[in-house]
Ligand binder design. Structure first.
Ligand code: C2E
Ligand code: C2E
Ligand code: C2E
Length: 90
């Protein structure tokens, strides 16, 4: 299919992320904290991240963006609507 619509925004639920075991959530939590610091955005319950950042995080997690997004949905950190715009194989 031709990509005509922008994918739904990737909004990370920081409170849900804080409930996930540090062993698995650690890299994402550190990445999110770095973005908050770079933006000076400290008090949010959520954080909008770039599509590009999901691909970077997938490399860190040694998986695809689609599989990482599935995992984030499973943690309750990402809305399922945001998952639908992400190709499975990237
Ligand atoms: P930068 O990439 O040079 O962006 C400079 C400024 O442009 C940002 O300052 C922000 O005001 C604006 N900007 C850039 N892209 C977007 C966008 O997609 N949406 C919106 N609303 N504004 C945008 P800010 O927020 O103070 O960020 C400073 C620097 O922190 C950025 O410089 C970038 O290096 C880093 N950064 C911030 N947020 C992210 C992020 O989500 N992912 C990554 N990889 N870096 C980020
Ligand atoms: P939205 O993108 O659907 O975000 C809804 C609300 O989620 C925002 O309400 C804010 O409370 C929270 N939120 C989303 N992303 C972040 C984040 O990275 N950091 C923090 N601290 N909170 C976040 P808010 O601020 O009243 O904004 C309402 C709407 O205004 C947003 O809906 C969006 O449509 C627009 N908006 C606000 N800031 C920006 C921006 O930097 N760029 C663009 N393009 N739209 C923005
Ligand atoms: P947004 O602000 O609504 O921006 C939506 C999309 O417009 C971005 O998707 C990006 O493709 C494009 N865009 C907006 N501003 C810029 C810009 O200054 N430079 C470039 N090259 N593209 C821009 P993307 O990258 O997936 O980002 C998704 C959301 O993440 C943004 O929604 C914004 O809420 C947040 N975000 C990303 N980067 C930054 C940043 O540097 N600072 C802040 N404060 N928020 C950011």
């Amino acid at each position: 299919p031709v990509a005509t619509e922008a994918p739904a925004k990737l909004i990370i639920d920081l409170e849900a992320l804080a409930q996930v075991s540090a062993e698995r959530a650690g890299p994402l939590a550190r990445y999110a904290a770095t973005i908050q610091s770079q933006r000076g955005d400290y008090n949010g319950k959520v954080l909008s991240i770039r599509q590009e950042d999901l691909r970077t995080l997938a490399v860190i997690y040694d998986t695809s963006a689609g599989q990482l997004a599935d995992e984030l949905v499973g943690w309750g950190v990402l809305d399922p609507a945001a998952r639908r715009g992400i190709p499975d194989n990237q």
